[in-house]
Design a protein around this ligand. Structure first.
Ligand SMILES: *Cc1c(COP(=O)(O)O)cnc(C)c1O
Length: 392
């Protein structure tokens, strides 16, 4: 008699077939069906393991299924999954105060994703300044909703959905404070910047750039928004990337790693800058499950000193990448465990080779390998990753 053990090949085929039939084909997917993750490793339905240098795109900072995050979710799911923001919950209030503490800002507003956080930031800027224009950087990425798209640079992301919400957006070269000074006009509500650009190719600005932009914004009465969606929660070796540059925004957006893998977004704003009653809302924003996950995740980042760890392992990683015996690497750049390896040609083939050899990496901006592993990745795992990339 045949034993009834599910065949991984038929499982794989079944998933891919259902996806191709029923899901809008917006993603260029890798040929992997993932089913489990622990720490910096994920496993597919064939039982093959991969060191994950994608981490859900800078989301799983505390590692996959961190026991404290999983436990917090399980416990919360048995108490209360959702209630309206018409009511208080203990877990949301607790999280808000933790976020105020780690960001150094005055108040937060909760939503559910990075794009939504940018929407909130832009709405708040317009509401409090009475102006409608924005200045953003070339190669910026701020999300896919119509508002966030109007400050996102790549025209393939924007052009099918024209006109933008903000018809007064100027894109200026990144890391050029003078260009911002020249572009600010009477209608500019805010300057919107990633403190290190992620999707744009892991671009690190000059050390003085953000401080200079802060001064320009102060002189011209313009708000400054930092998009810390990708750079936040220890990724770059500080709780937030702004700390590297000694510049404070008026509003900052957060998402990706905030919930230890559970979806959540938020903005934080400095003293005196806030939405007023009924100005903004979100049904799910700051819900009990997301709040519990975020609270647990923030505590893990603090207890396990993950920002400090990112400094150390990031430096080790970059050093090893720079010492690779290859002549097609143009540059290795980044901060902490947000690393870009620019290759002299499109890097799609690297991604395939790495995957076939047990390492997941992502290619952004055509020729930049983006390495954003869980912050718990070990030096041993980094050695394996570099070994594979060296041979790719
Ligand atoms: C990913 C990202 C966003 C969008 O976040 P979503 O959760 O996908 O909407 C916005 N800004 C930056 C810098 C990002 O990296």
């Amino acid at each position: 008699m045949k034993e009834n053990i599910p065949d991984p090949k038929s499982k794989y085929d079944d998933v891919v077939e259902k996806d191709s039939k029923c899901v809008m084909q917006t993603y260029g997917r890798q040929p992997l069906v993932l089913s489990k993750g622990r720490g910096a490793v994920v496993r597919d339905v064939f039982g093959r393991e991969y060191i994950d240098c994608v981490a859900g795109i800078a989301v799983n900072n505390v590692g996959h299924c961190h026991p404290k995050v999983t436990e917090a979710l399980k416990a919360q799911a048995g108490e209360l999954i959702h209630v309206s923001n018409l009511y208080y919950t203990e877990v949301q209030a607790e999280l808000a105060c933790e976020l105020v503490s780690v960001t150094g800002m005055e108040r937060v507003f909760f939503c559910n994703s990075g794009a939504e956080a940018m929407e909130a930031a832009m709405k708040l800027a317009r509401a409090r300044t009475g102006k409608s224009g924005f200045i953003a950087a070339e190669h910026s990425f701020h999300g896919r909703t119509i508002g966030a798209l109007s400050v996102t640079y790549k025209s393939v992301y924007r052009s099918p959905f024209e006109p933008p919400v903000s018809t007064d957006t100027s894109f200026v070269p990144y890391s050029d404070a003078g260009a911002i000074r020249e572009s600010i006009n009477k209608n500019t509500a805010a300057v919107v910047l990633e403190p290190i650009q992620g999707e744009g190719g892991v671009n690190v600005p000059d050390p003085d750039y953000l401080k200079e932009v802060r001064e320009i914004c102060d002189e011209t009465d313009t708000l400054l928004i930092f998009d810390e969606v990708q750079t936040g929660f220890g990724r770059t070796g500080k709780w937030f990337c702004k700390e590297h540059f000694g510049a404070e925004p008026d509003i900052m957006s957060m998402a990706k790693a905030i919930g230890g893998g559970f979806p959540m977004g938020a903005i934080a704003a400095r003293d005196g800058l806030s939405f007023e009653r009924s100005e903004h809302a979100s049904t799910f924003g700051g819900g009990p499950l997301a709040s519990a996950a975020a609270l647990a995740s923030i505590r893990v980042i603090r207890e396990e000193k993950l920002p400090e760890r990112a400094v150390e392992t990031g430096a080790y990683f970059m050093e090893k990448l720079r010492n690779m015996d290859r002549d097609d690497v143009v540059e290795v750049r980044g901060k902490g465990l947000m690393i870009g390896v620019e290759i002299a040609y499109p890097c799609g083939k690297f991604v395939d080779y790495a995957r076939e050899n047990g390492v997941l990496v992502n290619c952004t901006s055509d020729s930049v390998l983006r390495l954003v592993p869980p912050l718990v990745i070990t030096k041993e795992q980094i050695d394996t990753v570099v070994g594979v990339l060296e041979q790719a």
